[in-house]
Design a protein around this ligand. Sequence first.
Ligand code: MLT
Length: 209
Amino acid sequence: MIDESSFVYRFEPASRTGAPPLLLLHGTGGDENDLLHLGAMISPGSALLSPRGRVLEHGMRRFFRRLAEGVFDEEDVRKRALELGAFVEGARQRYGIEPPIAVGFSNGANIAAALLLLKPEALAGAVLLRAMVPLSDPPKASLDGKPVLILSGQADPIVPAGNAGRLSTMLSDTGAKVVHKILPAGHQLSQADVRLAREWIASVDAQVV
Ligand code: MLT
């Protein structure tokens, strides 16, 4: 059985009452430390839950297997997304936190998108940085107004523009409240990502409070 202890992770408790917890999901080759600084910048005082991907690709950590760059092992995507959902559930019980907003970069954004489609109740929303469509034929989910921010790079060599656009449509079709912005950037994050993510989280937070 998968629970919170099945993952290596970092947890930083909240230091501001009412700040939404964040689930930080690193990119290929990263680890649980990578996005802690970003999380603190985009949502000061939030609890930060940051797991390490359990898949190894040539020594690089990931959240699911792929057959080639941009070609995913979708059976593994489904399995690993549900494992991540069980991890989040276990961590919520252990630390007494609300469903988090996922903040994922690249491979981490893709597993966050899969989790949204497979188990929407696990998350309060998501910031998807350089995300692509994780599942070609996802189940009919109901995201029912869940807020999602997708930030894509206009010159991203890994995520074709059309693919990010399809993800945006796919999530909107399930009822998610999607904001999709295309930035003058590549696959790496820019200052604009940090600013837009911070403003978006503050606006979502204000709606909830
Ligand atoms: C993925 O495999 O999830 C995407 O190609 C992004 C990456 O991690 O390179």
